[in-house]
Ligand binder design. Structure first.
Ligand code: SF4
Length: 378
């Protein structure tokens, strides 16, 4: 396969975008093009690609023997955006990024570096061949390349593992040494971000595409659970951890202005457990500063990030350590206690466990000590 064909198989590549736009300058033209008999196969392949994402199976890249194959990916994106299901978009982002990562693993480094430069404008440099690297300090010898830290930070903070944290990386004059496999992961992570953040105006769909969307929609039923929004009931409130309970009570009473950190933690928590933005805004409506428009703005801002749909991305409520640093943990401050707090690291984990206990009517909490390791001591 030629270098160009090798690049256009990656949907995020500048080459793929250029080739797509040459054939269909916008989505309206794409829809028209897909109506032509000879292009029906593109819709079929796109449907298979979305179906693979939905069923969490491996998606297959087209052979690219026909340049039109490059249109399969934008068609698959169109189908998903027309459905407008954040969870399906998240599944698509996951499947596409996984396949990109797998394919990148088979490429030579020159092609991968070129992809980074032309697609994302990243600066990547080689750390030299094995002989040159053998002269470097021991801890740097396994890194084949280096990336500018600002490019690294576009993606790495979204990864959970500690090794991606900037404080655990060697940084020299703005360059971070990385392994080839790590670069592949950064690229596929960037691709995932692009899918998650990508929004476009959907053109009028053709009958063929509508039928495809309907088939995928039928498949999503039963596979994607459409969670009912959580209402602020007594049961829900009784599963709140002490920190959230205190902020919630203060907010409802309306006798103090919550700090910015407290407002963020409470809003992010309530949204994350599935409450709708207007319900969350009501919680802040008694705020003495009556800055309702700011509150609405903040809540909508956090909610819009959540609606990007990936459970492990977006605005996650701060963990216990952060809450403690911000003086928002009453257990740490010694003004409240709950045995469950010793066995979790995040208010959400507290809520999930306590909500489960409530549904099972479990009042004896001694099982924590039998089943769980302590995570923090007060
Ligand atoms: S330990 Fe965590 S969950 Fe418990 S009150 Fe403190 S911050 Fe909240």
């Amino acid at each position: 396969m030629s270098g160009r064909l090798q690049q256009i198989k990656y949907p995020f590549s500048a080459e793929a975008r250029k080739t797509s736009q040459k054939m269909a300058r916008d989505l309206g033209v794409l829809v028209e093009l897909l109506e032509e008999q000879e292009n029906h196969y593109i819709v079929e392949e796109a449907e298979k690609r979305v179906y693979a994402a939905l069923t969490q199976s491996q998606i297959r890249y087209p052979t690219m023997e026909n340049e039109k194959d490059v249109l399969i990916y934008p068609t698959a994106r169109l189908i998903v955006e027309e459905l407008g299901l954040p969870r399906l978009r998240a599944l698509q982002a996951e499947a596409e990024s996984k396949e990109a990562n797998r394919q990148l693993g088979t490429e030579n480094s020159d092609l991968v570096i070129e992809l980074c430069k032309s697609s994302f404008n990243w600066s990547i440099e080689s750390m030299g061949d094995i002989n040159e690297r053998s002269k470097l300090p021991l801890l740097l010898r396994t890194f084949e390349m280096k990336i500018r830290f600002e490019n690294y930070l576009e993606v790495a903070p979204g990864f959970h593992s500690e090794e991606w944290s900037l404080i655990n990386r060697y940084l020299d004059k703005g360059w971070i040494p990385i392994r080839r496999s790590e670069l592949d992961r950064l690229i596929s992570g960037k691709f995932k971000q692009l899918i998650m953040g990508g929004r476009f105006d959907i053109p009028k769909m053709s009958r063929r595409l509508i039928e495809t969307v309907q088939r995928i929609e039928a498949e999503t039923k039963g596979r994607i659970r459409q969670a009912e929004p959580v209402k602020m009931t007594e049961t829900v409130v009784s599963a709140f951890p002490p920190c959230i309970q205190k902020m919630y009570d203060d907010s409802i009473r309306g006798d103090v202005n919550l700090s910015h950190d407290a407002r963020f933690a409470l809003a992010a928590f309530l949204l994350k457990i599935g409450m709708e933005a207007n319900e969350v805004e009501k919680v802040f409506s008694s705020s003495p500063d009556k800055n309702i428009s700011l509150i609405e703005y903040q809540v909508r801002h956090i909610a819009s990030k959540r609606s990007m749909g990936v459970e492990d991305e977006g605005y996650t409520p701060p963990g216990c350590k952060k809450m403690q640093v911000n003086n928002l943990c009453p257990v740490y401050l010694g003004t409240a206690s709950d045995p469950l707090c010793e066995y979790i690291l995040n208010p959400l984990a507290f809520y999930q466990t306590r909500a489960w206990e409530i549904t099972k009517n479990i009042q004896d909490h001694s099982w924590y000590a039998r089943k769980r390791d302590k995570k923090q001591n007060f």
